[in-house]
Ligand binder design. Sequence first.
Ligand SMILES: NC(=O)C[C@H](N)C(=O)O
Length: 352
Amino acid sequence: APAAVPEFPHILVTRQDIQTPVNSSLPNVTIFATGGTIASQGSTNLQTVGYQIGLGVQELVDAVPEILNVSNIAGYQVSNVGSGSINETISLTLAHMINDELAKDEIAGVIITHGTDTLEETAFFMESTVNSSKPVICVGAMRPATALSADGPLNLLQAVTLAASPAGRNRGTMITLNDRIGSAFYTTKNNANTLDTFFSTEAGQLGVFINQVPYFFFAPAEPVGRIKFDVSEFKSLAQVDIIYAHQDMNPALFNASIESGADGIVIAGVGAGGTSSKAALAAEQVYNATGIPFISSHRSSDGFVPNREDSWSIGSGFYNPQKARILLQLALTAGYSEDEIREAFAASYPMP
Ligand SMILES: NC(=O)C[C@H](N)C(=O)O
């Protein structure tokens, strides 16, 4: 059985708790802490796998007092889990709390500390659901806080610096790690272990930190085709499963997914959205019997799957499977028709 997600009462650590008196000349940044390696400790300074999560907001900030030279910090402990355990409750809670927080005049920006494994999913969820010109910065670490050359403290300082900076405005949600600034729309995790794991696909990096100052290569821009959802009334999300294609794929998986309640299915296809002919036939039969939407994406870490108008499946365009899943969850929960879902995916690559 999957590990239960501990319920947090969203404990608040106030600006006064972190530093008294608060420096009123600095911008205010709020941290939403969710867990992950950045909040973890190993038993020795050489341990970089198999460590334990447990540090809270106060301990994250204590490790980098320099943060208090660039902003006043308050923090919410929203959860303290590995990012594989982030679920719809946590995602919706973050979206609701962050929309409320950024609506306050005195807040410059927010950051989310998060495990890196699924950080791109939460970042894309925020990109799709937060309505504010202020920065939302998602940050994690690849080494636990106790490791030699732990990366969390500098990553946290960079994230807070960007959240406090006017340069971070009108750029949506961003992912910062290892000196790089990437867009939530295009950044993906590429390596399970290395510090330079985040990679911004063909769309490129937005910028870098030099001496911890954010430098952007481009003026603020929006990803083509990004859709904003108003989730203020959402209490839960549609169930969308991802099914991974491979040689001689089991065609029974689609029915198994439907029987367990899926409202939509994303296929992480071989190449540009492919499956075996047996699996494709099974998927088409399930589609004809149930009408639930199928999205064809790719298992390669980057790429594009075109839409096929008359097909049983919708091409994911530039969305990788995990982001396609979130877009489909939001679209289904918002009541999109199949045609509207098709248009939502196609919007990221408008034809000239
Ligand atoms: N580097 C990390 O943060 C990995 C961790 N397992 C996670 O929570 O995603």
